[in-house]
Write a protein that binds this ligand. Structure first.
Ligand code: ASP
Length: 435
């Protein structure tokens, strides 16, 4: 059995949905399809999920939202009409949703309706049975998946039938609808694939796989043939967003391969994500960069003489909403890197003085404008000598490495640079290590 997930751009209009239908029907093993809400039709368009969030936010502020809701209604009914699908059920569901928004339901409930409505529409079009994620996926308070979910889904599926399954949401133990983080339909696909023990999880999108570097930076970046789960997670942590990083866990436990494919070019091989890969031919998988980081550094003589100081400092950071993604320390100092977006602008300036006050530090500085660049590959550890030469190349391009981290992970190395040099850093790393 193959479980397929199609993203928002693959389902943004009737002609895309027809492509999806022909992909599904071209292989009888494709018997479960997970769908996102309709995405952008072009760069200026708005995703249905964002339109729904907007309606919810208007309703919360007691501002009329029906005009905006009508656009959602129009979007779904016009797709249905073009596909020759009866609109009765969809219109009934839309009226019900508008009523619930008026009643003040949660943002999660409203956002989840994009996937629900699209699943309803596509199940009518394909003639496949609709399953409701709210009845089958239980999401714990901490965001993890309740273990019974896998069994519940397995029980709901008859291997001789075909199903449409809405992505992006499940429900809490109490039965309230709860969504995953944005892009979370990938997670739904992964949960369903594991539940049915799929031979393959196909993740259909609008690009022909995972690139070795962002094609907006390296225009001729190569598509990766095969990449490990671990490599994908490491790349995703630093800005790669072809596949949701949280979607790895369920399939990893069952060793189910994931193939990322392009709905608009189904003949392209795409990229396969596997439990492990032979890294002798291609030791490195890719390079990526993420901008918008802050560096917070603190210093104090005999800092670590105070037991638990690091933990206490970090707890204080957590209370300010700061959750560092990279840190290092030595005898009298600690540095942390965290996304500036974690903290409201005005607050950033006060972090250092707050810490100074509370911990009587010698020095505390918080600066913005950094980027984290990562080189990722299963063969990273064995090629450290080659990789360390890249410092020379970076220097030749006048790129100043503020901080680097090798050895925390077996599969990745991080270079921190100034934001203004982010793209140049990727170019040098790509030319030097991956070309
Ligand atoms: N529709 C949701 C979003 O826009 C989930 C998804 O597409 O995976 O984030």
């Amino acid at each position: 059995m193959i479980v397929c997930k199609f993203g928002g751009t693959s389902l943004c209009d009737a002609s895309q949905i027809k492509k999806v239908s022909s992909i599904l029907n071209s292989d009888s093993r494709r018997s479960i399809v997970i769908v996102s809400a309709p995405g952008k039709r072009d760069k200026t368009d708005t995703k249905v999920t964002d339109m729904l969030y907007n309606c919810h936010s208007l309703a919360q502020r007691a501002i009329p939202f029906l005009k905006q809701f009508d656009e959602i209604t129009f979007r779904f009914t016009s797709i249905a009409k073009e596909l020759g699908v009866h609109t009765d059920k969809i219109e009934e569901a839309l009226n019900d949703i508008a009523f619930h928004i008026e009643q003040g339901v949660t943002a999660d409930y409203v956002a989840s309706r994009g996937e629900f409505l699209n699943a309803l529409l596509i199940s009518e079009f394909l003639g496949w049975e609709l399953l409701d994620a709210a009845q089958l996926i239980v999401i714990n308070e901490d965001g993890s998946i309740d273990e019974n979910t896998y069994h519940t889904i397995a029980m709901a599926i008859d291997p001789d039938k075909k199903y449409v399954f809405p992505g992006f949401y499940g429900s809490t133990k109490e039965g309230e609808i709860k969504t995953f983080s944005r892009g979370g339909s990938d997670i739904t696909g992964s949960i369903v694939a594991r539940s049915v023990g799929a031979e393959l999880y196909e993740n259909w999108t609008d690009v022909s796989g995972i690139f070795m570097a962002d094609p907006r930076i390296i225009s001729d970046a190569k598509v990766i043939d095969s990449i490990s789960y671990r490599e994908v997670r490491e790349l995703a942590a630093v800005g790669f967003n072809v596949f949701h990083e949280e979607a790895i866990a369920p399939v990893r436990q069952a060793s189910i391969p994931i193939r990322v494919k392009n709905t608009n070019r189904p003949e392209d091989q795409g990229t396969v994500i596997v439990p492990s890969r032979d890294a002798s031919q291609n030791p490195l998988a890719g390079v990526t960069v993420k901008t918008g980081y802050c560096r917070l550094s603190v210093e104090k003589l005999m800092l670590f003489k105070q037991k638990g100081i690091r933990e206490r400092l970090e707890n204080t950071l957590h209370t300010m909403g700061v959750f560092p993604e990279l840190s290092a320390f030595n005898i009298d100092s600690i540095i942390w890197f965290f996304p500036s977006s974690q903290v409201a602008n005005g607050l950033l300036e006060s972090i250092a003085s707050l810490l100074n006050k509370e911990f009587a530090l010698d020095d505390a500085v918080c600066e913005t404008g950094f980027a984290l660049a990562a080189v990722v590959g299963e063969g990273f550890g064995k090629n450290i000598k080659k990789i360390s030469h890249v410092y020379t190349a970076l220097q030749q391009h006048s790129i100043h490495v503020v901080f680097s981290s090798f050895g925390i992970s077996k599969t990745a190395g991080i270079f921190v640079v100034s934001e203004s040099q982010a793209h140049d850093t990727v170019k040098v790393l790509y030319e030097d290590l991956l070309r």
